[in-house]
Design a protein around this ligand. Structure first.
Ligand code: ATP
Ligand code: MG
Length: 389
């Protein structure tokens, strides 16, 4: 008999049967897009922003909206952005073989070249008139969607991890150029996604910034935990395994109800049950699955932790064990934290970096698995390199 396929997916965007909840926010964002307005969707890492937008793209593509998706995570420079953005737009508005025809003449400062990629397929590259592309070249690329938009078609442009544009060297000029170009695109909606909540909120909600009030802001929180439990129960049922409500509750709690961890834990638990040939998920499968998941994430957390400045490491570790609203002298002494001004700066940076947030005035780590990792690592080797002052 063929073994059952693991019903859990994690890592990449998920849609269809692997996707649950998010109905209200999905409908609201589609409503904004239908009105040809722009939206910003922000939320912590691994909460499901890219998946939600993939669902939206799937639905709108079915209705004839031309949807373009681009992720800023892979972009290293302004030149890179111009090339990848133009390619992404052209790929959705013109057949590959005629992309060149479409692009020649549309650019005055950028020269499109059609070559052959490693896979033997036609590949578009761009060369720049100036040795280093700047605002003028950016403007030309940003004007492409309107120029290439098929007659009578609405368009949606999604830019994922949008806050990264700040790293492209143009500073606020990027935002100024983009705002001035896209405000003339009446039939095109722009959706900006990002996990650096603070950066994005400032970009779109601060009066001094070019994007001020140019988009409706949406925050993606955790899904309702009863829907998470139902999802787990249904996924196990799809492979003829029974998950009780009590064990589903335990899985939701252990994963902090974060969709990524819910699916990762589900995946490990499924393996454990399969390996023993079981038909019902036991608590022991979940305990083992949680350890396997923590182990699988360890390298990533360790290298991430190593990259943090020491004061941030100390604060993160303290908050993992004891969330707090006030860093009193006692608290700092207990957790080997440096002086208050250093702690305050570290806290500000951790907030800006979306590592910690404050809920009802209490700071805590956003990622529950990272918090767990720090608690465990803290027990194994106390970090006592800093002294109270
Ligand atoms: N609505 C959902 N239903 C089921 N699983 C989901 C959902 N949203 C996210 N996930 C799970 O979380 C994982 C990460 O989702 P996604 O990449 O969409 O998150 P993200 O917020 O874009 O993360 P990042 O900030 O790291 O880019 C998915 O691979 C999937 O396992
Ligand atoms: Mg994403």
């Amino acid at each position: 008999m063929c073994p059952m396929q693991n019903p859990f997916r994690y890592g990449a965007k998920v849609t269809g049967g692997s996707f649950y909840d998010r109905r209200e926010i999905k409908a609201s964002i589609i409503n904004v897009i239908d009105g040809c307005n722009n939206a910003v969707l922000y939320g912590p890492r691994r909460y499901g922003k890219s998946s939600l937008v993939a669902e939206i793209i799937e639905e709108l593509s079915g209705k004839g909206v031309v949807c373009v998706y681009m992720n800023m995570m892979d972009i290293a420079s302004l030149g890179d952005f111009i090339v990848e953005y133009s390619k992404a737009v052209a790929a959705k508005t013109a057949p590959v073989t005629s992309i060149l025809k479409h692009l020649v003449g549309l650019f005055s400062r950028v020269r499109p070249v059609l070559g052959v990629g490693d896979d033997g397929k036609p590949e578009l590259s761009l060369s720049f008139a100036a040795s280093k592309p700047g605002a003028a070249e950016l403007r030309e690329a940003l004007e492409l969607p309107e120029k290439l938009r098929p007659k009578g078609c609405r368009m949606l442009i999604v830019i994922d991890e949008f806050q990264e544009v700040a790293e492209l060297g143009l500073g606020a000029n990027f935002e100024r150029v983009m705002r001035s170009v896209i405000e003339n695109h009446a039939e095109i909606s722009y959706v900006f996604l990002g996990s650096k909540t603070h950066l994005l909120k400032r970009m779109f909600a601060k009066p001094s910034r070019p994007f001020y009030r140019s988009a409706q802001l949406f925050s993606l929180g955790l899904p309702p935990s009863d829907e998470s439990r139902e999802f787990l129960i249904e996924r196990f049922k799809s492979v003829e395994m029974k998950l009780s409500d009590v064990v589903a509750r335990k899985m939701t709690e252990l994963s902090g109800n974060v969709p990524y961890y819910l699916q990762e834990l589900g995946s490990w638990v499924f393996r454990n049950v399969s390996e023993r040939g079981g038909k019902e998920v036991r608590e022991a499968d979940v305990d083992a699955g949680y350890s396997q998941m923590a182990e699988a994430e360890r390298d990533l957390f360790e290298s991430f932790f190593r990259q943090m400045p020491e004061s941030q490491r100390l604060v993160a570790r303290a908050l993992a064990t004891e969330p707090t609203g006030v860093f009193t002298a006692d608290y700092r002494l207990r957790h080997f934290l440096p002086m208050l001004s250093t702690v305050s700066t570290a806290v500000r940076r951790l907030v800006a970096d979306s590592q910690i947030d404050s809920v009802d005035g209490v700071y805590r780590l956003i990622d529950p698995l990272f918090a767990n990792h720090l608690r465990r690592a803290g027990k194994a080797s106390p970090l006592t390199t800093a002294h109270n002052m």
